[in-house]
Write a protein that binds this ligand. Structure first.
Ligand SMILES: [Ca+2]
Length: 307
């Protein structure tokens, strides 16, 4: 579907007041954003700028506003407007409103002293898109496939007087690099360190987390991490540890990262594949090998998970 057609469809759906339908299309599990799509006032692409950034990016203009409800929603809102493709668990976004300099471990953004231009640099990550809002409209700077790790002089659409307005806010969606994994923590570690859990909670349902139907009656992740024995129970035990390792790889656990071989999406897909194909034992072995690579998390006393 072209962008223009999408916007006609989007406008029609929004006009019907069922904007939650679109939010429901967002993929992913775990920390899935639940807010409704928050870009109702965006009117769709209205043209491409003739002025470029320092790296030669010509932004696409959109009329209206792009106001994501929170940082977790930014990439999903960009997906809804077809600015980027399907959002994965690894993608991260943020909005800076009012505009200010911003930096984290992956990206840094710097505003010019007059507030009209934005520079950025990335490290260990890929910037997918940047939205710059100023005046009544906003520009979308699409970096997908460019391989750029910096650009300078991003700007908002010129106003009626032909001048570049002061930036009123900006939004960014990026993908942290996924390094080769050589670390992993065992089910035994995770069951004894409740304070280290990240991304999911012991009370979360196992089947819902992995989008499978392996247990009836259902069990929680806290119960899964305590399971003994082999077969499906061993898969559940190691898959839960694998998921925690993957989240700790991505977001860190109390500030410490686990350089795990698999991403969150991969762990979930591996569990789904094991259930669908009956390869329970083989997948358990893959998780077990990764979970025993060596655990870099330390320094906190045992705090057993209550199943
Ligand atoms: Ca079930």
């Amino acid at each position: 579907m072209t962008r223009q057609k999408t916007f006609i469809a989007l406008s029609a759906i929004l006009a019907l007041g069922v904007s939650s339908f679109i939010a429901g299309c967002g993929g992913g599990s775990g920390s899935e954003p639940t807010a409704e799509i928050s870009v109702q006032s965006a009117k769709g692409p209205s043209g491409v700028s003739t002025m470029a950034t320092e790296r030669g990016i010509l932004p696409t203009a959109y009329s209206g506003n792009f106001v994501s409800s929170d940082d977790d929603q930014v990439c999903y809102d960009m997906e809804a407007l077809e600015i980027i493709g399907e959002v994965t668990e690894e993608m991260r976004g943020f909005k800076i409103d009012p505009p200010a300099n911003f930096s984290n471990a992956y990206v840094s953004f710097t505003l010019s002293s007059d507030g009209k231009y934005l520079d950025w640099e990335s490290a260990n990550s890929t910037v997918l898109a940047v939205i710059v809002k100023g005046g009544p409209n906003f520009y979308v700077f699409d970096y997908v496939g460019t391989g750029f790790d910096w650009d300078k002089a991003l700007f908002s659409p010129t106003n009626k007087g032909g001048n570049i307005p002061t930036i009123s806010h900006y939004n960014v969606c990026y993908m942290p690099d996924v390094p080769e994994g050589d670390q992993g923590c065992t089910p035994g570690y995770w069951r004894n360190h409740a304070d280290r859990w990240v991304g999911v909670d012991p009370g979360d349902d196992f089947d819902a987390t992995f989008d499978v139907d392996l247990f009836n009656p259902n069990i929680t992740l806290g119960q899964a991490i305590w399971l003994g024995g082999g077969g499906v129970d061993a898969l559940a035990r190691h898959a839960t540890a694998a998921l925690l390792n993957a989240y700790a790889k991505l977001d860190g656990s109390n500030g410490q990262f686990v350089n795990y071989p698999y991403t969150v999406d991969e762990v979930i897909q591996m569990v789904q594949g094991a259930v669908a194909n009956g390869t329970i034992e083989a997948t358990k072995d893959e998780f077990e090998e990764a979970n025993e690579l060596g655990c870099p998390l330390s320094g906190t006393p045992a705090d057993p998970v209550i199943p």
